[in-house]
Write a protein that binds this ligand. Structure first.
Ligand code: AMP
Length: 438
C-alpha cells in the first residue's frame, strides 16, 4: 500500500516525501480512504501508530483539495479537540508540515498562555482550529470563536479527554457545532462505555477501525520498581544499564533532565542520546534511526517526545522518574512487550514519588514488584500500601544472594556494587520479589 493508492493529492504526497514517510502505517491505510469518502470514523489507535497523520491528511485533502469552493471564511471549518497543550502543539506541527504546499491556515487554542494572541489569530481567520476543551469553552463564552462553520470534527485521544474530566466540556462544545453535514472522526486508545455513548449520540454509523490491541499495557510486560533515594537515581541507572545489553528507552521528566542523563550516560561510555521537544525534527529522526539500527544503546526521552516514537518490540523501558500523570506510564510502557514479546518496565522510585506510584498501581490493576537493589537501598522505605491493592513487605536482602534455589530470570539480575562500582553480574533470588497481591 502506498500513499498514492490512498488517493491523496500531489501536494500532500510531496510533503510526505519531505517528511521521509515512504508508506502509510496501518491506521493510515485503514482510516484515510473512508475519511476521504466523508464517513465518520471510530478509530482505536494508540499514540505512536501514526494516528495524527491518519486524520490530518484526509482533513487537509477535504478542506483544500476536494472542497468545491475553498472559502476565505474566517470561521474554522475543522476543529481538532485534544487533551493537552503539548498534543495540540504537536498536531499543529504536523498539520503545518503536511499542509505546507496547500497554504493551510491553522491555529491552536489552549490554556496556560495568554488568551489575547489566540483571539487575534481567530479574528484574522483560520480553517483548522486545534484546541483543548477548557480554553475553547473560554472562547465560546467570550464569543471569540464561531464554531457554526465546522465541517469536520476530530476528537483526538478521546479516552484521555474523558479521564481528564472533559466530557461535560466536550458535550457543550458539540452543542455549538452544526449537526447537519458534519463529519466526526474519533480517535481513542480505549473504548470505555462513555466513549461509545458519545459516539452513538453524535456520530452517523461510523466506520470502526481497530489497530493493535487496545487497553493499557500488554500482559507480557513485567513491572518492577527499584526503591532508591532520588540523589542516587543516576548511579542506579548507570548500574542497571552497564549490566544490561538490551536496547533501552529511558524516561526523564524534563527536557533538561533528559539531556543531563544522556550526557552522563554518554560520558560513562554507554552510547546514549536524548530526544525531546527542544530537539529539531531532524535531530529526533536521526536519534531514533540510530537507536533502531543499534548505533545508540540508550535513548533518553521525555513523555512528550516519546509520544511520537514509533519503536516496535522494545524489551526494556526504564523510568528514571515516574510520570506526573499515571496514564503517561501506560503510554511509556506501551512500547514494550508488543506482539507477544517479553517486555520489562523498571521504575526508579524515590519516596517523594510514593503518591505517583500509588496512582499507577491503581490504574494498571496489575502487580508491580518492589525490588531493592543491593547497594542502592533507600534511606527511607517506600510506602506503597494504599490499603487497597497490595501489601509489599520490603525486607532488605543481603547484597549477595545465598543459595541458588530460586534463580531469577534474566531481567532480574542485580549486582552488588562495591562503593559505586557496578560491573559484576549477580542473580537475584526470587524471594526478593516481594510485593504480593492482597
Ligand atoms: P502519532 O501516532 O501520530 O503520534 O505519530 C507517531 C510518529 O510517527 C510521528 O513522529 C510521525 O511523524 C511518524 N509517522 C506518522 N506516519 C508515518 C509514516 N507513514 N511513516 C513514517 N513515520 C510516520
Amino acid at each position: 500500500m502506498s500513499f498514492q493508492n490512498l488517493g491523496l493529492a500531489p501536494a500532500l504526497l510531496r510533503a510526505l516525501t519531505e517528511q521521509g514517510y515512504t508508506e502509510p502505517t496501518p491506521i493510515q491505510s485503514a482510516a484515510i480512504p473512508p475519511a476521504l469518502e466523508g464517513r465518520d470514523l471510530l478509530a482505536g489507535a494508540q499514540t505512536g501508530t501514526g494516528k495524527t497523520a491518519a486524520f490530518a491528511l484526509p482533513l487537509l485533502e477535504r478542506l483544500y483539495v476536494s472542497a468545491r469552493q475553498p472559502t476565505q471564511a474566517k470561521a474554522p471549518r475543522a476543529l481538532i479537540l485534544t487533551p493537552t497543550r503539548e498534543l495540540a502543539a504537536q498536531i499543529q506541527d504536523s498539520v503545518r508540515a503536511y499542509g505546507k504546499h496547500l497554504g493551510a491556515r491553522s491555529t491552536t487554542v489552549f490554556g496556560g498562555v495568554g488568551i489575547n494572541p489566540q483571539i487575534d489569530a481567530l479574528r484574522r481567520g483560520v480553517d483548522i482550529l486545534i484546541a483543548t476543551p477548557g480554553r475553547l469553552i473560554d472562547h465560546i463564552q467570550q464569543r471569540t470563536v464561531d464554531l457554526s462553520r465546522v465541517e469536520v470534527l476530530v476528537l483526538d485521544e478521546a479516552d484521555r479527554m474523558l479521564d481528564m474530566g472533559f466530557l461535560p466540556s466536550i458535550k457543550r462544545i458539540l452543542g455549538h457545532l452544526p449537526r447537519q453535514n458534519r463529519i466526526t472522526w474519533l480517535f481513542s486508545a480505549t473504548f470505555a462505555p462513555e466513549i461509545k455513548a458519545l459516539a452513538s449520540e453524535f456520530m452517523r454509523t461510523p466506520v470502526e477501525i481497530q489497530i493493535a490491541k487496545p487497553n493499557s499495557v500488554a500482559a507480557t510486560v513485567a513491572h518492577r520498581v527499584h526503591p532508591v533515594d532520588s540523589a542516587r537515581k543516576r548511579d542506579l541507572l548507570l548500574h542497571l544499564l552497564a549490566n544490561d545489553a538490551r536496547q533501552t528507552l529511558v524516561f526523564g521528566r524534563t527536557k533538561h533532565g533528559a539531556d543531563k542523563l544522556a550526557k552522563m550516560l554518554d560520558k560513562a561510555g554507554l552510547r546514549a542520546a536524548a530526544i525531546h521537544g527542544n530537539k529539531s525534527q531532524n535531530q529526533r529522526t536521526r536519534a531514533l534511526a540510530d537507536f533502531k539500527n543499534g548505533k545508540i544503546h540508550v535513548l533518553v526521552a521525555t513523555d512528550i517526545a516519546a509520544r511520537g516514537l514509533d519503536i516496535d518490540q522494545l524489551p526494556l523501558v526504564i523510568n528514571h522518574d515516574l510520570p506526573m500523570v499515571a496514564e503517561d506510564y501506560v503510554h511509556r510502557i506501551g512500547r514494550t512487550g508488543r506482539a507477544g514479546a517479553q517486555g520489562m518496565a523498571i521504575s526508579l522510585v524515590s519516596h517523594e514519588e510514593e503518591g505517583l506510584l500509588r496512582d499507577i498501581r491503581r490504574l494498571l490493576k496489575q502487580e508491580i514488584e518492589i525490588v531493592p537493589v543491593a547497594g542502592f537501598e533507600p534511606s527511607r522505605q517506600l510506602r506503597t500500601d494504599d490499603g487497597a491493592s497490595a501489601r509489599p513487605t520490603q525486607k532488605q536482602r543481603p547484597a549477595r544472594p545465598s543459595g541458588n534455589a530460586a534463580r531469577h530470570h534474566h531481567a532480574g539480575k542485580t549486582a552488588a556494587p562495591g562503593a559505586g562500582q557496578a560491573r559484576k553480574r549477580r542473580r537475584k533470588p526470587a524471594g526478593q520479589r516481594n510485593s504480593r497481591p492482597a
